[in-house]
Design a binder for this molecule. Structure first.
Ligand SMILES: [Zn+2]
Length: 65
């Protein structure tokens, strides 16, 4: 999945460059204010993202049929 992080300092939203496959936490640096953000990825968040991706795949398959 791809995560989008909202900076707590300035509200800047940015996509995390790496893909995330399992629950973990890591740090990213805000591109706007250079504040350090702690990102916590939960199993729930991954399941939600995978469900969204799967529904997108399904709709594309339907379009091909
Ligand atoms: Zn920021």
């Amino acid at each position: 999945m791809r995560a989008v992080v909202t900076c707590e300092c300035c509200g800047h939203r940015q996509a995390v460059e790496r893909s995330i496959e399992e629950p973990e936490s890591f740090f990213v640096v805000c591109h706007a204010c250079e504040g350090v953000l702690r990102v916590q990825v939960t199993a729930d968040a991954i399941r939600t993202a995978e469900a969204l991706a799967a529904s997108h795949r399904d709709s594309r398959t339907t379009a091909w049929a």
